[in-house]
Design a protein around this ligand. Sequence first.
Ligand SMILES: [Zn+2]
Length: 371
Amino acid sequence: MDASHSTRKRPRQTDSEDDTTSECRDEGTYVEHPSLYYDDGNVILSSENTLFRAHRSILCKASPVLRDMLEQKAHEDRKPDVLRGCLHIALDVETQVAETLMRIVYNDLRLDTLTFVTSQLSLVTSIFRAAGKFRIERTLVEVYARIKYKWPSDLEKHDRRIALEERMNLRGPIGVTLLGEDGTVVNTVRPTAPSTRRVAFIHPVHILALVRSAGCRDPEILTPLLYAWTCAPTNLAGYDRVLHALPQMDLVRYIRGLEYLRCFHAQCMAVSPTANNLALPGDHEYQCWPGIRVFWADLGGAWMDTNVVFAAAREPIEAWGLIIDRLTIHPMHCTRYNICSGCSDKLITMMKTIRQGLWSNLTLWFAVSLF
Ligand SMILES: [Zn+2]
């Protein structure tokens, strides 16, 4: 279960004010963690009813928050809370988060294995809770690096990532408009089951909520996550709950960006490029441009077709990429559109510009840097 959704329990309260020695608590209610209880440790951390025994110097080095807590404990006026001869701190986090904290502190967590598959959701959540609350910067930096690898801000890296996931069969149908055998534009839906395959990865809105909870404001992280959110399904269990966890301004960003993104895509799709803005040479305005107009109308028509427009609009950057790839493999002069290879190249260049425009404007459209 996702740790962020579990009921937060209050940690065991110390009762040192009532006791002459604070060691007379009911020890029977505590359980030692099976692997994170170091017998030679000199500090005990507790979460719910689990005890972790650790080394003060290691805790202080790893986390400024733990260091402050330990220093404050040592210098407060009242008798320090002592358990089993060690300074005791009751952590205000769930056991899983405390366990993750200990594993981070003792370098027992390989963050380079994070691939953000759904089975890692509770681990990723507890890493953010632990590293965020106890300000362990190196861990946050490592997790952000993994997020950037999965959701890159660079379009070429994004394309490589998508291609890799396609090869691994982890993606459903992206663009659904392909050129048919005779070179005409037809709709083809790949025989895959998107709803079952897409959930192989943690929904980007979960990751967005986590990075926001850790105070992330980096456009290079936020923008690709917001785009990935617009591409992802919205009918998953727990989706509503995650939306509630997001800052309200991120919902505003999402809606704003979504509208700009889809409008720009629809506009480019609907309005044929002119011979002038394609910079067609001389006579090609008469030889090739009529074919370009028909091709563009067919392309727009295919994208507007029932059910297909939704898929193409949902992943517009991938849909344009797919068409560009298809046109590169099957040049237009081989098709019934009668477009020469030079004009076909110009058309491809125009599509690449549209695609790059979609990608480059995302930060602006989602207003990532504005508020
Ligand atoms: Zn031409």
